[in-house]
Design a protein around this ligand. Structure first.
Ligand code: FPP
Length: 259
């Protein structure tokens, strides 16, 4: 039993999550890169670089645990308002990550996809995205979705537009629009509902991330800054998730009866 346990960072023991009841879809709002950098007396971009290293650690641990879908919020539709040099540095970092991690992701069975409006990215970045998506398209161990230039409201609006484009007759039969139909047109239909949403950096809000998909997500907020988030941090969140009672609108008694 002890061999299945890990020593927590601050001395507490973090259990190895059970295989049963693992969240199928974990989504992460990676917040706190800037504060981490400031705390270390470094430029903000260094916080993002360390954040990219935390992405590696979190992805590897999610894959090891057997989580099916990991979705990361890397750049929101609103992040364009940041100082130009920070936006430029983030774009450069995305490009580097795509180019340097592609082979390792493919080797580890990780399928990478980008969700979001990519038309605003440089041609070079759009090409690197397509190349990485293509190079990992055969992978089936885990889906890693990076949301970039993404917003939850944008996603719902684009889903409606996409549905109408594909089935123009819908406009004359609005009653045939249902959740299942719209769900198929969302930016990441492969991942489905979020089971566990994690936000680092001490804030307690969803910030326009996966609004539709998180309707019944368990929300886990941690003060840890993203660059400090480790595989062990992910295990801690998953163990917390496994202790939650998910009722989906039913009573606690009903849930117990259904087993
Ligand atoms: C939020 O922290 C973080 C971002 C806007 C960028 C996230 C990017 C990465 C983790 C780098 C690489 C990612 C991938 C997927 C390759 P913040 O800057 O808002 O931090 P603050 O609230 O402390 O200022």
């Amino acid at each position: 039993m002890d061999g299945q346990r890990f020593l927590g960072k601050k001395g507490e023991r973090v259990s190895e999550p059970e295989n049963r009841g693992l969240p199928s879809h974990v989504a992460v709002i990676m917040d706190g890169n800037g504060r981490w950098a400031k705390r270390c007396g470094l430029p903000r971009v260094e916080g993002h670089r360390r954040g990219a290293a935390a992405v590696d650690a979190c992805t590897a641990e999610a894959r090891r645990l057997g989580i099916r879908h990991l979705t990361l919020f890397a750049f929101s539709s609103e992040n364009w308002h940041r100082p130009e040099d920070e936006v430029g540095a983030l774009m450069k970092l995305f490009l580097t990550v795509l180019r340097t991690k592609r082979d390792r992701m493919a080797k580890n069975g990780i399928r990478l996809r980008i969700a979001g409006d990519r038309t605003r990215f440089s041609r070079e970045l759009q090409d690197a995205i397509l190349e990485t998506e293509e190079a990992t398209s055969h992978c089936s161990a885990m889906d890693l979705t990076v949301c970039a230039n993404y917003g939850g409201r944008w996603d719902i609006v684009q889903a409606v537009r996409s549905a109408l484009r594909e089935e123009p007759l819908l406009a004359r039969h609005p009653e045939s629009v249902d959740e299942e139909l719209l769900g198929r047109h969302l930016a990441l239909p492969w991942a489905g509902n979020v089971d566990l949403m994690i936000r680092t950096g001490g804030e307690s809000r969803i910030s326009n991330f996966l609004l539709w998909q998180s309707a019944y997500a368990e929300l886990y907020f941690t003060p840890e800054l993203w660059p400090d988030f480790t595989g062990e941090s992910l295990r801690r969140a998953v163990v917390w998730f496994q202790g939650r009672e998910r009722r989906f609108g039913r009573t606690s008694e009903q849930v117990s009866e259904r087993g």
